[in-house]
Write a protein that binds this ligand. Structure first.
Ligand SMILES: [Zn+2]
Length: 525
């Protein structure tokens, strides 16, 4: 009688999985429940549950993962059980090294429940490589397709958002068209009216809140939309109007009847970060829907918005790096000094250790750093990181294809050899029968077995040849994919969003004798 196998359950959730809205099928809880049941149904013993929360499948430094591998090596486990192969690893090298090599050596069986991966299953060997390469390819391919479809719809003037801007509703008769929301459009007109008549943001916000007019985010919640404002500060979360809401609305060209879309792109299929597109490249379709704001009011509002930025009112214009820059010597923040050219048309800024500005004067890092130079330095560093990321990504990507092709060609060669040997044995046996070495009855039996084997080999060989042709096709398409990624992965300007996504903080050291100074960027990536 066989003893009860000991199972190591491995669960993993990456940060990207968590961000996926609403779908918690991947959650650790769900993975555990599913795998526990799987063991229960088979009366297997659970040795331990290993959980890595917030780790990517290509990360090799996952603590629970490494503990699992140690327990495997020490023969404490008979079966490693995961939801699917990609939970275990998305790294083809790791998959090969463990599932196809060490685990066999240690006598460990691997089971991926959802994708039917089972190292005890004979067909698993050939499927394994495919699954891991396919897992990666699939994501890349699908996201490119979605992007193409969406940009096509945008160019046709179809609204593709999932919620209408405040003042509009999605046309119940056509979800790609906007209609005026009679309840909120008057509020939009009031805001523009107050602004062009000379009232400031603060005044407008106070008026709206004191009249208890429902704010855009609160209105959306009331309408039962799933909309979540990621940038929401505490007051807009409470359903109040904020100055930034007003600023965004005043600059929103949609209110003139022009459909404006394509304001940001995804950087690459691997992350959800979005890159802002410069306004000249936005897709604009005039008269796509009814205007709430007439052309005259719109132009007056824009003129006032423009003049505001030029005189530099202390409105929300948060510098992209504000709050992120520290003095490398004393750790104080570097404070911004704003100055203008004589005509007051161009704004500059410099950064200086707060010790100097506050009058403490006890930090030797006194020289001002030009904001423009700093931003350019960061931008260059960022672009170089992103392009490196794309390149390594590309290398991995073609390697996987090559590996895939080599594996397929390897198994084809093996099958052809087996096929030839089966045929040789058939001929030999026939000769043996003629020579009277084997009896007629035995010959028939052997012959039947051998031709069954030959037939299944022929089928297998055809299948492999087809898979090889497909793999070659994929290799040829790889350069196109690369161009696509590169197109989405270059930053022309450093704005607040980009800075927030990529930069934790920056340390600026003292100027040395040659007038150089070190800038240490602490990346979030
Ligand atoms: Zn300092």
């Amino acid at each position: 009688m066989q003893s009860v196998p000991k199972v190591g359950i491995y669960c993993r959730l990456s940060i990207e999985d968590k961000n996926r809205n609403g779908d918690d099928s991947q959650s650790i809880q769900n993975q555990k429940a599913m795998l526990r049941n799987y063991c229960l149904e088979r009366s297997w013993e659970i040795f331990d549950i290993y959980t890595d929360d917030g780790f990517s499948g290509i990360d090799r430094a996952r603590p629970a993962f490494n503990r699992l591998l140690r327990d495997c090596e020490q023969n404490r486990i008979d079966i490693v059980l995961c939801k699917d192969q990609s939970r275990f690893s998305r790294d083809t090298v790791i998959i090969e090294q463990y599932l196809n090599d060490r685990f066999l050596e240690w006598g460990i069986r691997f089971i991926g429940v959802a994708d039917n991966a089972d190292t005890d299953n004979e067909s698993y060997g050939t499927m394994r490589l495919f699954t891991s390469a396919y897992n990666e390819m699939y994501v890349k391919d699908i996201s490119a397709k979605i992007r193409r479809t969406l940009s096509c719809k945008r160019e046709q003037g179809q609204f593709i958002g999932s919620f209408a801007p405040y003042g509009y509703l999605i046309d119940p008769a056509d979800r790609h068209h906007l209609i005026i929301d009679e309840e909120t459009a008057p509020v939009v007109r009031m805001i523009f009216g107050l602004y062009v008549s000379g009232k400031g943001y603060r005044h407008i916000v106070q008026k709206l809140n004191s009249e208890a007019i429902v704010s855009p985010s609160a209105y959306k919640r009331e309408q039962g939309s799933k909309y979540i404002n990621r940038n929401a500060d505490s007051s807009s979360a409470r359903g109040l109007w904020t100055q930034s809401t007003i600023a965004r609305m005043l600059a929103n060209e949609m209110y003139t009847g022009t459909l404006v879309q394509g304001k940001s792109h995804h950087i690459s299929y691997k992350n959800k970060r979005r890159k802002k597109v410069c306004p000249a490249e936005w897709i604009r379709i005039p008269n796509a829907h009814e205007a709430i704001i007439d052309a005259d009011t719109w132009l007056r509002a824009q003129a006032r918005l423009q003049s505001n930025t030029r005189v530099g009112t202390r409105m929300q214009t948060l510098s992209p790096l504000s709050g992120k820059i520290r003095c490398a010597l004393c750790g104080r923040p570097m404070k911004r000094n704003v100055y203008y050219n004589k005509a007051k048309t161009i704004k500059y800024y410099g950064l200086q250790c707060a010790a100097y500005k506050s009058g403490a004067m006890n930090c030797p890092n006194t020289k001002t750093m030009s904001g423009k130079v700093l931003e350019q330095t960061i931008l260059d560093a960022l672009n170089s990181i992103v392009s490196q990321y794309c390149q390594t990504d590309e290398i991995r990507f073609t390697n996987i294809y090559e590996e895939q092709l080599r594996a397929l060609e390897g198994s084809l060669a093996k099958r052809l050899e087996q096929h030839a040997s089966a045929q040789k044995r058939l001929i030999q046996m026939y000769k043996d029968k003629l020579d009277g070495i084997i009896a007629e009855a035995d010959y028939s039996l052997f012959r039947q077995n051998l031709s069954d084997e030959e037939q299944s080999l022929t089928l297998h060989i055809d299948e492999l040849r087809q898979q090889i042709a497909e793999a070659r096709g994929r290799m040829e398409n790889a350069p196109g994919q690369k161009a696509l990624i590169e197109q989405y992965a270059h930053f022309d300007a450093l704005d607040r969003t980009v800075a927030d996504e990529f930069i934790d903080f920056i340390e600026i050291s003292m100027t040395n004798d040659c007038g150089e100074r070190e800038i240490h960027i602490h990346w979030k990536i």
